[in-house]
Write a new protein. Structure first.
Length: 256
């Protein structure tokens, strides 16, 4: 589609006005994805004055043709409160429609809503169900939270080996939380401090404040070498720059 080429600058200069004309032409033929793209332009104000009402109009038009991207876009608007009042219940209704078409992102968001209890009663079993479906249909972000469910025994029997398996899949995508999670299992459960330290370092290289805190703890107690309070302070300070409460407590304890 020429509109997509102009909108994304594929071997041409980005031109949102030309993209809009192409999408409008396609929309007259009821090409459902053209409605979604027009909605994107109006939502972001690219090539047009930003107009949320028109964005929603075009997304709803796409939805009327059962376009899953349109349904997902509407769900995301309400999930994030993007130019509309945040409403998790409304977001869930759209995600459920998209999930009927096995959309992996909609399935992931439903798992997320049930995991945190946003707009629904918190339910780890339902969360796990949706995350497993999201993973099945290709959402790689589901790996980390599935690992977390098995790590913490939420909605499932606690299983560190399964947790590690999911964390490792997520870690292949450079997920810093997954790398930190692997470190925690080696630290707290397997008691392999050297491996734990390696994973915390990898996570910290991605600026993960949980990993900063864990490295600080390792240096305070000398788990993999001599105690090193300056390095512990260094990592707590890195974490505190991300406004992590535990880092402030750690620094306070060092000065106490």
């Amino acid at each position: 589609m020429m509109g997509y080429i102009y909108m994304n600058g594929i071997e041409v200069n980005i031109d949102y006005i030309k993209a809009k004309k192409c999408f409008e032409s396609s929309s007259k033929q009821n090409f459902s994805q053209a409605f979604v793209s027009l909605g994107d332009l109006y939502l972001k104000g690219k090539g047009v004055d930003q107009n949320i009402e028109k964005a929603i109009f075009y997304y709803e038009k796409g939805k009327s043709f059962q376009n899953v991207n349109a349904i997902l876009a509407l769900g995301n608007m309400y999930f994030y409160g993007n130019k509309v009042e945040q409403n998790y219940k409304t977001a869930r209704e759209y995600y459920e429609l998209a999930a009927q078409k096995n959309n992996p992102n909609a399935l992931y968001y439903l798992g997320y809503l049930y995991y945190y209890g946003y707009g629904v009663d918190r339910n780890y079993e339902e969360s796990k169900k949706y995350f497993e479906m999201a993973e099945k249909y290709g959402n790689i972000d589901a790996y980390f939270i599935l690992g977390k469910l098995y790590h913490e025994g939420k909605g499932v029997e606690q299983d560190y080996d399964k947790a590690l398996n999911y964390y490792e899949l997520a870690a292949k995508q450079n997920d810093s939380d997954a790398l930190n999670g692997i470190g925690l299992i080696y630290y707290k459960f397997k008691k392999d401090y050297t491996k734990a330290f390696t994973y915390f370092e990898r996570s910290a290289a991605l600026e993960n404040y949980y990993a900063y805190n864990n490295l600080a703890e390792f240096y305070i107690y000398g788990y993999v070498g001599p105690k090193d309070y300056p390095k512990a302070k260094y990592y707590y300070e890195l974490s505190s720059k991300q406004n992590n409460t535990d880092a402030f407590i750690g620094l306070g304890n060092m000065y106490y």
